[in-house]
Ligand binder design. Structure first.
Ligand SMILES: Cc1cc2nc3c(=O)[nH]c(=O)nc-3n(C[C@H](O)[C@H](O)[C@H](O)COP(=O)(O)O)c2cc1C
Ligand code: SF4
Ligand code: SF4
Length: 435
């Protein structure tokens, strides 16, 4: 059986599945049960500065997007950092770490953007025996209005400055948790690296309004008739998070900076995808909130079985393996030609492919009087839309045309050599370069 043991920044954990800083890691009771359930590590719910803790709303704090089967696709929340005293959290962390030395325990921290505030809290966190810290520069609501969270994460200079303070006053790994509420994720990642960060973790939640109550005419979750934007997470954000992870993993300036991948991870496959894109481990929040701690069992079993099947003995064998295959559009092979093909045995004659292609793509699907659907190769541009809308898995597949065959749409012979936009005759820049 494949070994799931993971070394992230010198912190070993029995598997790469950590719980992200959020309600599942809010207190000793939760974290002990999470460890008993098999989680490899936790990032404790974000700690605030000494003094009176923050206060949460007393009404609903979640909005949700459901799929047609009421499966949770995305959650948005207006919760703040921990609303329990710092002292209590630190005592609990020390006890839990002492009892579970083989699990990773990271302290998430958010204190004012002042050196004294960081200098004051870091030695206290150190005393707990926590394996490292994660700087919460991502929370987009409530705390940002107080000059913390994403208000820091949106300013690379602040990220670099605070990271440097942490590296000065704390001598264990420092992970910088990034906000996705920014145009180019590479900038804050580079700032973290320049400040001396050992790793970045991403993503925190995305600014969002999930629904509007049309009777009350207010966004939900609604607190006494008013709503506010919250942080969006869950399966819906996974594509956004993976792109950001890949951007950091392949950018020459940030390549090699360790990444903890977060955002919508629900299955072992989600985790493997993040890791293939360069994440050294993963963190999970919404899936645990939706299905409970035991979901980690399926994640561990599934990842291990897949690794066995592929012959990967350790997670390090496949971390980053997909990164070289992430490229810019201009380098995609324009000589690669495919056509849609419909499996008539599998087709249930619903007509969705026809409607999609006829109305919004390239009028490349024919419908006969008896509702037999066939692809017109001389019209098909291979956009894949019919595959995506077909309700029957693998009923429509994209078939590659062999080199030497004539594409009936263009009348051109399919070439076997790679050619991209940079040298294409229609590219004015390519023409200029040739001249
Ligand atoms: C209710 C709730 C509270 C959260 N609180 C924190 C927090 O205190 N600190 C933090 O860094 N992230 C916090 N997060 C963000 C998560 O750690 C995580 O980055 C985000 O939910 C994306 O992961 P997911 O899609 O697996 O949920 C919170 C998320 C939720 C849903
Ligand atoms: S791949 Fe696109 S163009 Fe071709 S049949 Fe399907 S929807 Fe139409
Ligand atoms: S969408 Fe799929 S199942 Fe429906 S008609 Fe087209 S090929 Fe058949």
């Amino acid at each position: 059986m494949a070994d799931l043991t993971t070394d992230f920044l010198g912190i070993t954990s029995p598997n790469p599945f950590w719980l992200a800083s959020a309600p599942p890691t809010d207190k000793e009771y939760n974290v002990r049960r999470a460890f008993e359930a098999g989680w490899g590590g936790v990032v404790w719910k974000t700690l605030g500065a000494e003094g009176p803790p923050v206060v949460n709303v007393n009404g609903p704090r979640y909005g949700v997007i459901h799929g047609a089967d009421r499966r949770v696709l995305g959650i948005n929340n207006i919760e703040l950092i921990t609303d329990r005293p710092l002292e209590v959290n630190l005592e609990e962390m020390a006890r839990v770490k002492a009892d579970y030395p083989d699990r990773a325990l990271i302290a998430s921290i958010m204190v004012p953007c002042e050196e004294a505030a960081w200098k004051a809290i870091l030695p206290r966190v150190m005393e707990t025996g926590a394996d490292g810290i994660e700087l919460n520069f991502g929370c987009p609501h409530g705390m940002a209005e107080r000059g913390m969270g994403s208000a820091v994460g949106q300013v690379p200079e602040y990220i670099e400055m605070v990271t440097r303070w942490c590296k000065t006053y704390y001598d264990r790994p420092v992970i910088v948790k990034l906000t996705p509420n920014i145009t180019d994720i590479r900038k804050p990642a580079l700032a973290a690296k320049n400040g001396g960060a050992d790793a970045v973790s991403l993503i925190n939640t995305i600014n969002s309004i999930t629904s509007v109550n049309l009777d009350a005419m207010a966004p939900e979750p609604m607190i006494d008739g008013k709503g506010t934007h919250g942080g969006y997470c869950g399966p819906a954000v996974k594509p956004i998070a993976m792109n950001m992870v890949a951007e950091i993993a392949r950018d020459p300036e940030t390549r090699g900076l360790p990444i903890s991948g977060i955002g919508g991870i629900t299955t072992w496959r989600d985790a493997a995808e993040f890791m293939a894109l360069g994440a050294g481990n993963v963190q999970v929040c919404t899936a645990a909130m939706t299905y409970g701690f035991k979901i980690v069992e399926e994640m561990k079993r599934g990842l291990s079985a897949w690794m066995d099947e592929k012959g990967y003995r350790s997670t390090h064998d496949f971390i980053g393996r997909a990164v070289p295959n992430v490229t810019d559009w201009q380098y995609l092979n324009l000589n690669y030609v495919t056509k849609a093909q419909i499996d008539q045995e599998a087709c249930i004659k619903c007509g969705r492919c026809y409607a999609a292609c006829e109305d919004t793509s390239h009028q490349a699907i024919a419908m006969s009087a008896d509702r037999t659907f066939t692809v017109k190769d001389d019209e098909c541009v291979a956009c894949n839309l019919c595959v995506d809308v077909c309700p029957v898995e693998n009923c429509i597949t994209m078939q590659e045309m062999a080199a030497g065959a004539v594409d009936p749409r263009t009348g051109k012979v399919v070439q076997d050599q790679y050619a991209n936009w940079t040298s294409h005759p229609n590219n004015p820049a390519a023409v200029q370069a040739a001249e």
